[in-house]
Structure formats: C-alpha cells, structure tokens
Write a protein that binds this ligand. Sequence first.
Ligand code: GLN
Length: 472
Amino acid sequence: MSWGAIAELAADVNAGKSTATENVKKALKAIKDKAGFKAIIATLEKRALERAKEVDDTVKSGKNAGRLAGVPFIAKDNFLVFGADTTAASNILKGFEAPYQATAIEKLEAEGAICVAKANLDAFAHGSSTENSDFFTTLNPHDKTRVPGGSSGGSAAAVMLDMAPFALGTDTGGSVRLPASFCGAVGYKPTYGLVSRYGVVAMASSTDVIGPITKTVVDSALVLDVMAGRDDFDGTTIEREVDYNLQKTDLKGRKIGVVREYMSEGLDPGVKKVTLKAIETLKELGAEVVEVSLPSLPLALAIYYIVCPAEVSSNLARYDGQRFGHTSKNAKNLDDSFAMTRTEGFGVEAKRRIMIGTYVLSSGYYDAYYKKAALVRTKLINEFNDAFNQVDFLVGPTSPITAFKIGEKVADPLQMYLIDIMTVAANLTGNPAISLPAGLSGELPVGLQLIGAIGQDKSLLEAARCFEGACK
Ligand code: GLN
C-alpha cells in the first residue's frame, strides 16, 4: 500500500505503466479509509480527477508530463489551492476560496503533481499539536491517543498513513520538523527564502518557510528541487543552488557539532538514548563529531515567543470581516463588524497571540520586549555563523519528548510553547534544518535534527540521506 519513490511513480506514469487517474483514486481511497485519524479538512476530488485526466492525456499524446507526473500530494490548509476553501483551520476563514494559487502549488502542478486534499493544522499554524485547530484534532498514526505534533500535524499524519507520497507544511517555529518527528516522517525546513511563500497564509513573515514532509530524504530533495527559487511575487526569495540531485554518499570530511544546550537537562531519557546512538552512526559514516556550544540558544524560545506574536498580530489584522471568509451577522456598524467578526471568528490561541503581539509592540513596551528580542536574535545569528565556521552541521534531537497524549498540554500554553525549544532557533536564524526518523522510544518515533549553514541545503540533504541509509 506504500507509494514507493516519487521519481519512480512519475517515471511509471510517463512510461504508461500506471496512470495519474489510478494514483489519484488510490490516494482518495486511502483518505476515505483512514478518515478516522482526522488528518484531512477537505478533499479536492473533482479537480484532482480532472487534472489526472489532463496528465494522462499528455502522456497518451506522447509528451512527457513532468518530473512529478501523476504524483498525488496533500497541502496543509494554509496554502491557497483551487478546488476547496482555504481555511487555515480557522473559523474566520470558513468559506474563503483562493483567488489564485500559491507559487509552490503552481510549480508542483507544472511538473504534473496533483493536489488531492487539504490537511489539518493548528489554526493559522499556531501550535504544536493540531489541538488548536478550530475544527478537530488529528490523531497520531502510531497511537491514536496521542497528538501528531503541530502545526503541520495533518500533513505528517497523512504521509505516514499513505494518503499521498508527500505533503506540504509550513515551518515558522518548527511546524514541519516537529510533526515529522512525532509521526516518524522526514520533515524538511529549507533556508529562509529558498521557497516562495506567495499564496501561503502568513504567520510570522520573518521566520515562515514552507517545506515538504515525506518518507525519504530523496523524495524531499526532489520536491524541493521543483519548488525552490526566486519568485517575483515574494521579495524575500533567494537564488537557488543549481540542483538538488543528491550525490555525496558518506560523511567523510564532514564535521558535525553536537549542540551542548540541546543535550542537557529536560531531555527525555528515551529521546537522549536514540540521539546518542544516532551520533554514533554519524561517526561510523565518517563524520568528525565535536561538541559545540551556542550560549544564546536557551534564549531562543523567549525571543521566538516575542517576535512571532508581534508579527502574527500584524499579519492577522487583515482578517476584519470585510475581505476574507467570515463576517459577523450581528454588527450594526463597521466598527462593530470588525470587533464582532474577530471575536466570533478567531480561536483562543489567535487571540492570545494578538494580545501578546500588540503588547510587545506598543509604545513603552517595545523597547523592553520587542527591541531586546531583536537584539538577542542578532546575537543568536552571529553565534550560528561562528558555529558554521567551525562545523558543517549541527545535530541534536528535534524535540525533547516524543508525542504526548491528546489533552495533556492544551490547557497550559507555556507547556505547549516549551515543545518548540529545539526547533525555533533555526527559524530565527534562517538556517535549513531537517528532522529524520532516528528510532523509537518505547513505541513512539524519535526525530533527529540536523541543521545546516544558510544556503547549504544540498549538502544538508546529502548528509541526511547518508544517515537515513545507515539508520535502517
Ligand atoms: N509551535 C510553534 C508555534 O506555535 C511553531 C508553529 C509553526 O512553525 N507554524 O508558534
């Protein structure tokens, strides 16, 4: 029932050995059969089957239908995609239909990929468990009583449930890597700006990136290769490397820094054991392993939870009931309409972030919070740059714990925020980072996090592939 390598799936469609229509039907069936996991908000059945026919017709006419010909995929529901509402799992966006598609979706479609469904998330991508979705919580494929991680929990669960060979997520503070780690998938966060964010619901624009969730590193590299590059619609995009065809097959000549701050107190013993074993594997693959300290790292979470809500409060200001989705039916005038739409439409976490964000940006508090956070963020960036002058990659766990029970942390936002302690730094600095399945603690997957230097996505993916090959 598993899909196999994405490149082979597409090659088979192009060679006429299978069809896009068969693939789409298989994906739709898996989505239906596994609906109990609540990974999916909406399916795009009609549009997906129409697009599959187009791909099949192209192949029949003797043309190549692209590097992702007939490959189904699932997009987190904060990507603008034709064929279903784009809700970001928030009540305030219910009924909002995309007027255009995200650049990433357009690029994937141009290579023959077919979006079959929209995945669940924490509303507006605020969270680490999907419990902040205004609709429902996704269940972890390994244990239905546990969360899949967040905020791209629907995407990670969908891939591990074989609903599609890959899914897209967004990673503002860890939202691709954390659910990948909790579900046992590969979650890739590219260098900031490498993939266009145009047409993706903005969370914190200075840290938002989008990335693939897959079962293998090679699949992630292929999806990245299709999506990466400059986009006139997103001024923060950067030039890509020539290609992401992974070559290097060992770690000889590579230096890897074990992050001391990530291996210290608070780390679950099961996670620590798997991580230490993974570090041994990296050594066996030829890497020189050293210890590295980034003194400002313990402050990363505090910086993130100032910078992120500040940007969130600005980005959410556009949802005022006049242009997108929900509008309050009870308002008597425009001011009322703004206030009532937001009161009715935003969930508790969005409101919390708007409150914190406007607070840290308000005059009198700006200097005390936002400005200080921005200063320490620069210090962290400098420490990362120094570290990457000494080593090629940094390594540590993706999360201090494995998937937790549904309901365990939802009442305590601070406990929830602490889950992100190992992922947020790479977002603040813009470095590429990947979470790889490294083994199990009890019955639950543990993710290993590798972080690369800015723009060194290819060599990071190569190292990740080496580890993946040796870990099995
Ligand atoms: N869990 C983090 C937060 O709640 C990260 C979210 C994300 O990356 N979208 O902000």
